[in-house]
Design a protein around this ligand. Sequence first.
Ligand code: GLN
Length: 545
Amino acid sequence: MATDASDPIPPHKTFDTILVLDFGSQYSHLITRRLRELNVYSEMLPCTQKIADLGWTPKGVILSGGPYSVYWDDAPHVDPAVFELNVPILGICYGLQEMAWTFDNKNVLAGEKREYGHAYLKVERHGDGEAGGHVDKLFADWEDNTEVWMSHGDKLGHLPEEFITIATTSNAPFAGIGHKSKKYYGIQFHPEVTHTPKGKVLLKNFAVDICEAQTNWTMSKFVDQEIERIRKLVGPKGQVIGAVSGGVDSTVAAKLMKEAIGDRFHAVLVDNGVLRLNEAKIVKETLTAGLGINLTVIDASERFLGRLAGVKDDPEKKRKIIGNTFIEIFQEEAKKIAAEAHETSEAGEIEWLLQGTLYPDVIESISFKGPSATIKTHHNVGGLPKDMNLKLIEPLRELFKDEVRELGMNLGIPEDLVWRHPFPGPGIAIRILGEVTPEQVRIAREADNIFIEEIKAAGLYRNISQAFAALLPVKAVGVMGDKRVHDQVIALRAVETTDFMTADWYPFDGAFLKKVSRRIVNEVNGVCRVVYDITSKPPGTIEME
Ligand code: GLN
């Protein structure tokens, strides 16, 4: 992992940064996302972060919400040094209560009833008229009676000393408070969720007007600084190897490496025999001819399919075989490339392994899980063994998925690829229920190709989050060309989702499904029926195995 020590120019040293301290709310990461959408760079760290260890100074700090009550014995508390940073601070929900707790002698108590859902906010100054003009800035451009979203049970006993009320709801007399002379604010509602329509305006008021953070976080700026960062990290002779899959993340990461160090980056595509129709060929063309990436394609189909033969009833076993065989082949290839590179060029040893880790993985590993839970260590190393002795380079580790897409567009990656649906590592092996044989692979591939082709032709590809055809290992009777046939069944699956945690099946119209079904039955040998999977997640999963 590129830690600060080895990292020559992390974004928080180049971009004005708002630090979000996470108290464990399920929405904490959304605060960071909203700020980034406003082109203000933001990072999230656990609330236990020691300010002295930070090594950089944020332009402002946001204390997130959280599931605890500040008056519990084991409740998490912020390092008091945060109030010595001399930067604006905004407390959201638990964050507001934490501020009141710190500033006003433990002045938080359990409310009589929980408040969950919508409330209407009245923006008005109460109390001491002597407070500075800064207190009015937080709610600039808010109309009265704006909808806000609440989720809390605790409340402030009274207004903390030196604070004034700046907003109320019928239920919450301290829905918004501001310090009379310092730029400290607290709000009881959640501005980061879409149920608070004006929330983004408030975050902008805080970050841009109050903290005076520059709005310069754009992917075109990020590209330049990231390329420089990679060059510094790897050095003038350093070499990097990384697996590519044809998906968005690995392609964007690979293109960034190519821009930074040219052919000293070695991309490897392992054809495991269960990629989509013509996938290896298409990825090769796009990455080499199109993007100029130094790519080696290894056709290992036989080894994979050989090991998958006979595996019928255990999807986990399929996944394991594919995962382990992948590691084995990648290691073999890494050795070869390293030996060759060393012989034929001035370049040094291959010391680095590229990983397409994204910010949600980083957040997942550092987010605050509660007083008793230990913080999970970073897990996304793609299953590659430590004995490869390679250092990780993760150029996307600060980015959310939508930022990766924007970066991809910036790097000239074709739009088609940038918006590609996710594709699982074990490929269509887990979309072929039952045994994976070359013949089953052919059927699943051809059917999938027709389905995706028709989705694109109908202009629906971007409305759907993931779509594929799966092959069911059962036989049904049909009549084709006046002859009785006994062939297999294709199940189509297409879902809409924002986070892949829950998903709904896509409501195609009948004419579309009719067309796809007719084409598959006519064009794919071995299929006589097509069904559409209308299971949402939960209880279904997106993939079939
Ligand atoms: N647990 C606190 C309460 O119930 C804070 C809740 C929150 O931050 N959403 O008031």
